[in-house]
Design a protein around this ligand. Structure first.
Ligand SMILES: Cc1cc2nc3c(=O)[nH]c(=O)nc-3n(C[C@H](O)[C@H](O)[C@H](O)COP(=O)(O)OP(=O)(O)OC[C@H]3O[C@@H](n4cnc5c(N)ncnc54)[C@H](O)[C@@H]3O)c2cc1C
Length: 387
């Protein structure tokens, strides 16, 4: 087993870090204080990201991406994750890998424009009444006269305001299973401007300022059959390939932010003096640093191991759940301790720590809550012994 970085990986880390520090950090205060990421700024930074070869780098080479293996992609995500989320996600977009499941015509219409930076995708599963239990969704699509007619509401849909289209999951029937009735789900491409499809402003969020969420409403929204992504009634099969990867992506971005918070904490502990000595000399402070560094390392190993297994084809849902759980909970711990080490200054927005602390909160909720990750892990443990 080799834990070192290859030359190529080291170069990608260095290039991405330099881009994040030089092109994203300078805009963080503006976005954090206004809560808004202006389109002129998006376009300015996006152009530089494309020129640097960092845009849509998560995509395979054959569709115009960087063709990175999963561990290298996660290293890139870690570096991007250091910055304000709205800035790095929007200006250095990573189109959803679910778009790779489209037909050639769908790839031409939806995937390639995202890779070229002409538009963004958004993905709509969650509803006001269906979060963790997505199969409980009420929004539905019914076949009528050769078309599909969509009705219902989705909420919490990230960056749907700037997306050119949505990938929407709808209930399209029910099937009998040994555990009772289960909804069948189908995924659809829905273009902005389609009659019956409305995008409304969502909620104000304590985490990730400038990163918006929207409410999507479908009122007899009629779509031709070729707007189905993947197979009819097999929407979750399409989604599953995407979900695992995004859990690792969440984990990797948490590593970057934790690393940034830890670096601030180490510097401060080495410089700040109280009671006539540097606060890092107090074990009450230095042991915090030791715990933060240890937790970060453990999370990093878990995320990278799951990434390595992803490519080897041996990754399990349990591996990805553990990596997401550990990295997101580690970030909450590290962010909190970094603030504690800074005392009152930690809470001021002159430093990125209060932001990292606020941003850490959503990571334990989206892409499957910590409880759902624990459910996946414990289910695998118990099933192995018939429990
Ligand atoms: C900022 C933001 C952006 C988002 N972006 C998107 C997006 O782009 N697209 C999209 O589709 N969704 C998106 N989501 C939705 C996100 O994935 C859900 O919030 C998440 O899955 C949890 O669902 P919920 O909020 O409805 O909570 P609920 O599912 O109602 O959970 C409430 C509580 O009950 C617990 N719980 C639920 N079931 C169990 C169980 N079986 N065992 C133990 N505990 C349980 C949960 O862990 C949680 O603590 C976003 C959410 C946020 C906050």
């Amino acid at each position: 087993m080799n834990f070192g970085l290859s030359e190529e990986q080291a170069l990608i880390v260095e290039t991405t870090r330099a881009f994040v520090e030089n092109e994203l950090y300078p805009h963080e205060q503006t976005v954090e204080r206004s809560g808004h990421l202006p389109m002129e700024l998006i376009r300015e930074v996006q152009k530089k990201a494309i020129a640097a070869g960092l845009y849509a780098a998560n995509m395979p080479a054959e569709v115009g991406g960087a063709g990175l293996d999963t561990p290298t992609w996660l290293l890139y995500e870690k570096e991007l994750g250091r910055a304000n989320y709205a800035l790095h996600w929007t200006c250095v977009a990573r189109p959803s890998n679910i778009l790779l499941a489209g037909t050639d015509a769908q790839k031409k219409k939806y995937l390639y424009p995202c890779i070229r930076g002409e538009t963004w995708d958004c993905l709509a599963m969650t509803e006001p009444g269906a979060g963790s239990d997505l199969r409980g969704m009420k929004a539905s699509a019914v076949e009528k006269g050769g078309d599909w007619v969509l009705n219902g509401t989705k909420h919490f849909i990230s960056h749907a305001d700037i997306a050119g289209f949505a990938i929407v999951f709808m209930a399209t029937g029910e099937e009998e299973t040994p555990r009772g009735k289960r909804k069948k789900i189908t995924a659809f491409f829905v273009d902005k401007g389609t009659p019956g499809f409305t995008v409304r402003d969502g909620y104000r969020n304590v985490s990730h300022r400038g990163y918006t969420n929207s409410v999507l409403e479908f009122d007899d929204c009629r779509l031709p059959k070729d707007q189905v992504l993947g197979e009819v009634h097999r929407g979750f099969e399409v989604a599953n390939s995407w979900l695992g990867a995004t859990r690792l992506q969440v984990g990797a971005t948490c590593l970057g932010r934790a690393d940034r918070a830890l670096a601030h904490a180490i510097d401060y502990a080495a410089q700040r003096e109280q009671f006539g000595q540097r606060i890092g000399k107090f074990q009450g402070v230095s042991f915090k640093l030791a715990d933060m560094a240890t937790e970060l390392k453990a999370a990093e190993l878990m995320v990278m191991e799951a990434g390595w297994k992803y490519d080897a084809g041996t990754v399990t849902d349990q591996d990805m759940a553990m990596a997401k759980l550990k990295a997101t909970e580690m970030l909450a711990f590290v962010a909190d301790e970094a603030i504690q080490i800074h005392g009152g200054m930690g809470l001021m927005d002159d430093l990125p720590l209060e932001r990292i602390w606020r941003d850490a909160r959503v990571e334990r909720i989206w892409e499957g809550t910590s409880e759902i990750q624990r459910h996946i892990i414990s289910r695998a443990l118990l099933r192995a012994v018939g429990g």
